[in-house]
Design a binder for this molecule. Structure first.
Ligand code: MN
Length: 244
């Protein structure tokens, strides 16, 4: 027992957010959530950006923004334009700094399907005024995610369909091979900015077709080779009334 375990605390800290592992009863404890800002040329174009191979840029969400597969998600406060962004999520098991691309995949525990929920109206305002993206990207319950499939089960994901349906209709469609920055390149670039740690997640960017979600919408998100992500947006009348 270390001293830190016997210190008395002002209050009991919350449990570490955790994600089910495909085919196992053990769970993956989440440390941090990193996200790649722009990683498919067609999506960069639809957002009005030049899809050149500029270095990847990153933003974050709090670890407790995680929502496990199948859970209902309230329509968030303070927005009238909630958007879906289906993404391949990389789960890190072995940390490191300045990781070279040739060994970057050794740091991966597995992969999942995530939805980088976005208050698009707040993001547009932040972009216009040069302000941070936290309120647009890092809000409560903004990171629904499927179970994590270990590499031993699914291999490394470098090609295959990625798509998202709303109420059974395909809204986003792309291929993992269209990513501007590969999984290994993302890990290498991110580890030059942060010492990666076991439990870190990386949302790797979204293909074209992002659009609005409304209360009651059913989301079904797929990356070929992984179990799908499903969730529903429910109404939260009390919070929603704050913006009216
Ligand atoms: Mn995204």
């Amino acid at each position: 027992m270390t001293d830190s375990n016997t210190d008395s605390l002002v209050f009991q800290p919350p449990a570490v957010p955790r994600i089910p592992v495909t085919g196992q009863t053990t769970k993956f404890p989440v440390r941090r959530i990193f996200c790649v800002g722009r990683n498919y040329a067609e999506h960069a174009k639809e957002m009005g950006a030049d899809p050149e191979r500029d270095p990847p840029f990153f933003f974050t969400k709090p670890a407790d923004a995680i929502v496990v597969n199948g859970a209902d998600i309230p329509y968030p406060s303070a927005t009238k334009n909630l958007h879906h962004e289906v993404e391949l999520v990389i789960a890190i098991a072995q940390g490191g700094s300045d990781i070279p691309t040739h060994s970057a995949l050794d740091h991966v525990y597995g992969y999942a399907v995530g939805n980088d929920l976005t208050r698009r109206d707040l993001q547009a305002e932040a972009k216009k005024s040069g302000r941070p993206w936290d309120t647009a990207k890092g809000f409560d319950q903004s990171a629904p995610i499927s179970s994590i499939s270990p590499v031993s089960l699914c291999g490394h994901i470098n090609m295959g369909k990625i798509y998202l349906e709303v109420n059974g209709e395909v809204r986003q469609l792309g291929d993992i091979s269209d990513m501007i920055w590969s999984v290994a390149e993302i890990i290498s670039a991110l580890s030059s900015l942060f010492a990666l740690q076991p439990g870190d997640l990386i949302f790797s960017g979204t293909p074209a077709g992002v659009g609005p979600l409304e209360p009651g919408d059913r989301v079904h998100a797929v990356v070929a080779g992984l179990p799908p992500l499903a969730h529903t947006i429910k109404t939260n009348a009390a919070m929603h009334s704050l913006v009216d």
